[in-house]
Design a protein around this ligand. Structure first.
Ligand SMILES: C[S@@+](CC[C@H](N)C(=O)[O-])C[C@H]1O[C@@H](n2cnc3c(N)ncnc32)[C@H](O)[C@@H]1O
Length: 319
């Protein structure tokens, strides 16, 4: 059994230390020329300047005529989901994983905490979120307390590559459109399999590379979208199997996501003024360029999406 204390202290330091690890001038260099340890710092910078953020959510709530003091979980959940397909995608994942009220669920890479709050409310279970980016982590904590869900939903600051949790802590591990940012997928899946109980479930959706994705496409995504590597539909299956999990479902979401992403690009463009005011003209233009390229790869059939449900075998010996 691993001890939680020291691992958690290490993980708590990841946010600030990685934030300082990459000078802004290095951010435009190709990934291959950058030191490996800076990859996490790039992700933190990407999410520190993301168009969807706590201020933007507050503006959207106020623009809908609701005072911030009157915010409820039902209103917040219309604005705080940072993945493809919104609440419907949450429902599909919750149902596919058959999450129960007695479960303790880990949301690995929980962002602003939208899916964690939704899950806790819909199912009534306890949820723990883990995220690398201090600004995301702090917003998740504030938003959760503000809508009165902090008795059931808690957040930790740390890396999914070194999870600050003991072995076999959770009944279910979930993730949505976030593991694409994690540089070492074998270690990520090994960590998920370590912290889930034997018989427990790992259920997630993620951005995937398809066969026609070129090395130039992937190199540009690494720089502009901070996807250091992308896994494939078969790749994730193999990693789950190699870590003692039986894959129960593997759904190809590529066609659905291509449609969703066209709308999502329009949504980001509608946030353009807010992004420009908060982060400057360069970030607004850079985001639009990167996201247009990303959506174009879906339209060209070079990127895809997948939903996976895998169960950790009872008695499995993890490598
Ligand atoms: C697109 S957001 C998804 C958030 C959430 N799943 C949702 O649907 O709202 C991706 C999140 O992953 C986090 N992240 C990326 N790499 C991570 C890592 N290695 N460890 C923990 N969190 C990470 C980022 O900080 C960001 O908040």
């Amino acid at each position: 059994m691993l001890s939680c204390g020291p691992r958690f202290e290490t993980a708590r330091r990841v946010g600030p230390s990685v934030r300082a690890a990459v000078a802004p001038s290095k951010m435009n260099e190709p990934t291959a020329s950058r030191p490996a340890q800076s990859t996490l710092a790039q992700v933190v910078e990407y999410y520190d300047t993301h168009p969807i953020n706590e201020d933007q959510i507050r503006s959207a709530v106020l623009a809908s005529g609701i005072a911030w003091e009157d915010l409820t979980p039902e209103i917040l959940q219309r604005h705080d989901q940072d993945h493809f397909g919104g609440l419907e995608a949450n429902d599909l994942l919750i149902d596919a994983a058959r999450i129960r009220p007695t479960d303790h669920v880990l949301d690995a890479c929980s962002g602003l905490g939208g899916p964690a709050r939704y899950l806790a409310r819909r199912v009534g279970c306890r949820v723990t979120g883990l995220d690398l980016t201090a600004s995301r982590h702090e917003s998740a904590q504030r938003l959760t307390a503000h809508v009165g869900l902090d008795d059931r939903v808690a957040f930790h600051l740390g890396s999914a590559l070194d999870m600050p949790f003991a072995d076999a802590t959770f009944d279910v591990v979930v993730g949505q459109e976030a593991w694409c940012h994690v540089p070492d997928k074998p270690r990520l899946i090994a960590e998920c399999a370590r912290v889930v109980k034997p018989g427990g479930v790992i259920a997630f959706t993620d951005i995937l590379r398809r066969e026609s994705a070129s090395s130039d496409d992937l190199a540009r995504l690494a720089v502009e979208m901070t996807f250091p590597t992308l896994e494939s539909l078969d790749g994730y299956r193999d990693l789950l199997e190699a870590n003692g999990c039986a894959v129960e479902r593997r759904d190809d979401l590529s066609t659905l996501w291509t449609r969703i992403l066209v709308d999502r690009l329009a949504m980001y463009r509608s946030l353009g003024d807010h992004t420009e005011r908060k982060f400057g003209t360069g970030r607004k233009a850079g985001w639009d360029q990167a996201y247009s390229f990303f959506v174009g790869l879906y339209q060209a059939g070079r990127l895809g999406g997948g939903r996976f449900v895998a169960r950790r075998r009872v008695g499995s010996i993890r490598p």
